[in-house]
Every structure is written in structure tokens, then in C-alpha cells.
Design a binder for this molecule. Structure first.
Ligand code: HPA
Ligand code: ZN
Length: 338
């Protein structure tokens, strides 16, 4: 293992932007397809990997929704979630706040409770067995209607006793601005939930402004295009909310043509609380450490900058100050030793 990889793995980190369905590795996809008698348009794991060549977000989403068809039972969601936790526990990830897309499953006849309970059981076991703490965030598919989002919010209410801590907004961004979900987010806030939303991944800075000003989100997912608007950048920096940036995702979905052109360093320099995350690691070619290495090497980030990104991830999480403190202290100690 390289010095850089050792350093990154040693630092405590939180993953704040991870779609569980996007951690479905081709091997598990094949296994579940066979078990559940689901026909896939691929014969081998290699064929699946070859199909992962995307030009934009929608290209990826088409394959991502097809892939999740193999997830049928509570056990399948348990296996998916546990496989993810086992991977990241080896990379120094101490806390995760993961997304899932219940509408991608209920629309196929898999019940909300089977999906959610399978995930939650794995998160509980992951905390106990691997020492990775976690929170669960339910995302609304923004290409669907406000009415469908409300139906999902209402169905999820029994889990708002601390098991589902927040709601998010994902799927096709262009043409589906945050304002479309203003009333749903207001209702979620009144139910005591945390609010996050994807904005400024492919969509313009104006969508980031809507997510901030209208939805009043607690955290911004991606947010790369924020820096196209200087005034908005100042506003987001002053608010101090975290941005969950996903370098390999941006490269694979052609948000940047080369990692050397990634805006992460510029975003940090503008005072934004940037974090590094993996988004859909099975589709984009890497988990947390791979995302760090790709951007650190391309942008020549210093050890101080790497530690700052880890610090931001702990600070930007929904952990309490007491829960954050030991991780924050360890990051400072490790940096001091290097
Ligand atoms: N963007 C939007 N929706 C998504 C993504 C993403 O990167 N991954 C899974 N759903
Ligand atoms: Zn995402």
C-alpha cells in the first residue's frame, strides 16, 4: 500500500453521499439475479462492467434502475448494505449517512418495510460488528411527481422515530428543480427530518439557490456548479453547510473531462465545506479511498488539505458534537504525526 493510501485510510472519515443501490457490485447483481430468477441483459460480470460507460447522468440512471431489479427481498437489501459496510470499514470510514430510493422498489412491488428493515438490520449489525455508525436518509426520485413523493413520505412515517433521519432528492436533475418539491420538504421539516438535496451536479447554480433558499437544506449533495455564481458561493460558504462532492462520479458522468479539471480545490479555496464521497461506487470505479486518491493526485492536494476534507466530513455529518469530538481529535493527531 502506498504512503498516500495509508495516510488516507488512517484518517477517520464520514461518507455522506452514498446511494446503497449504487454499491451493488456486478458479482452480487449476478448472484441475486440467479437466486431471484431475474433476467439480466448480461451473461457475465465482465459484460456488466463493460456496460458501465456513461455520457451523462441519465445514461447512468437507466442502467442503475435496471440493476436494482435484482433486489427483491429483505435479505437482499441486508446483503447489499452489509457488503458496502464491510468495504468501507477497511478504509477508515467511521460513520456513514446513506441514501436509498424506496420508490425504485415499491414501484416494482417490493414493500417499503422489507426494503427499509433489511437496510436497517444491516446498519445495526455494521455498528456492532464493524464499529461503523450510521444514519439512513430516504431520497425522493425527482423525475416522479410531488404527489408520489408525498405518498412515500406518508408511508415512511412509522420509521421517523429515529430510524430514517432525513430526506433527500436524487435522479434526473435537469427539468426537475428543487422548487418542485417545496411542499414535500416543508412537510418533512415539520416532521423533524433533516433535509438534503442533489443540486448543481448537472443542473445550474440556480438549482443550488433554490435548494438553499426554498428547501432550506441542511446539506448540499454535489453542488459543483455553485462556484459559477460568486454571490451564491459566498452565501453557501457563510451558511457553513457541507457539500458532498463525488470526484469519480463527476468523471464517469462527464461533469469533468479530466480529473485535473475538477473544481474541488477551487471550491475549497472559495471557503466551501467540501467533503469527498463515492456516490455509486460499484458503477463509478471506486469507494472512499479511491475517490480521495484520484482527486489528491490530480489536484496535488497536501496532507493538510486531505485532513481538512476528512474534518469537513465529520463536521458535516448529523452526529452530535460529543460524537464528533473523538474523530475530530484523531484527525488532528494523525496530521500532527505526519
Ligand atoms: N445523481 C442523481 N441521482 C442519483 C445519483 C446521482 O449521482 N446516483 C443515484 N441516483
Ligand atoms: Zn448521488
Amino acid at each position: 500500500m502506498s504512503d498516500l493510501e495509508n495516510f488516507i485510510n488512517a484518517l477517520p472519515k464520514a461518507e455522506l453521499h452514498l446511494h446503497l443501490e449504487g454499491s451493488l457490485e456486478p458479482e452480487l447483481m449476478m448472484e441475486l439475479a440467479t437466486k431471484n430468477s431475474i433476467e439480466l441483459p448480461y451473461k457475465t460480470v465482465d459484460e456488466i462492467r463493460t456496460a458501465y460507460d456513461f455520457s451523462n447522468l441519465q445514461d447512468f440512471l437507466d442502467i442503475y434502475y435496471q440493476g436494482m431489479n435484482v433486489l427483491q427481498s429483505e435479505e437482499d437489501f441486508y446483503a447489499l448494505t452489509m457488503a458496502y459496510l464491510e468495504k468501507v470499514a477497511q478504509e477508515g470510514v467511521v460513520h456513514v449517512e446513506v441514501f436509498y430510493d424506496p420508490q425504485g422498489h415499491t414501484s416494482r412491488g417490493v414493500s417499503f418495510s422489507e426494503v427499509t428493515n433489511g437496510i436497517l438490520r444491516a446498519l445495526d449489525d455494521g455498528q456492532e460488528r464493524l464499529g461503523v455508525s450510521s444514519e439512513l436518509i430516504m431520497s425522493f426520485l425527482r423525475h416522479l411527481s410531488e404527489e408520489e413523493a408525498f405518498a412515500t413520505l406518508n408511508e415512511a412515517e412509522p420509521w421517523f422515530d429515529g430510524r430514517i433521519v432525513g430526506v433527500g432528492l436524487d435522479s434526473s436533475e435537469l427539468g426537475h428543480p428543487p422548487s418542485k418539491f417545496l411542499r414535500v420538504f416543508n412537510a418533512a421539516r415539520e416532521m423533524g427530518l433533516k433535509l438534503v438535496a442533489h443540486a448543481g451536479e448537472e443542473g445550474p447554480a440556480e438549482y443550488v439557490r433554490e435548494a438553499i433558499d426554498l428547501l432550506q437544506i441542511d446539506r448540499l449533495d454535489h453542488g459543483n456548479r455553485t462556484i459559477e455564481d460568486a454571490e451564491l458561493t459566498k452565501q453557501v460558504a457563510n451558511l457553513g453547510i457541507a457539500l458532498t462532492v463525488c470526484p469519480l462520479s463527476n468523471l464517469k458522468l462527464c461533469g469533468v473531462s479530466d480529473m485535473k479539471e475538477h473544481p474541488l480545490k477551487e471550491m475549497m479555496a472559495a471557503g466551501l465545506n467540501v467533503t469527498v464521497n463515492s456516490d455509486d461506487p460499484a458503477y463509478f470505479g471506486g469507494y472512499m479511498t479511491a475517490n480521495f486518491i484520484s482527486v489528491v493526485e490530480a489536484l496535488s492536494l497536501s496532507k493538510t488539505e486531505i485532513a481538512k476534507l476528512c474534518h469537513n466530513s465529520i463536521e458535516g455529518s448529523f452526529l452530535t458534537d460529543e460524537e464528533k469530538a473523538p474523530h475530530i481529535n484523531r484527525i488532528a493527531d494523525i496530521l500532527a504525526q505526519h
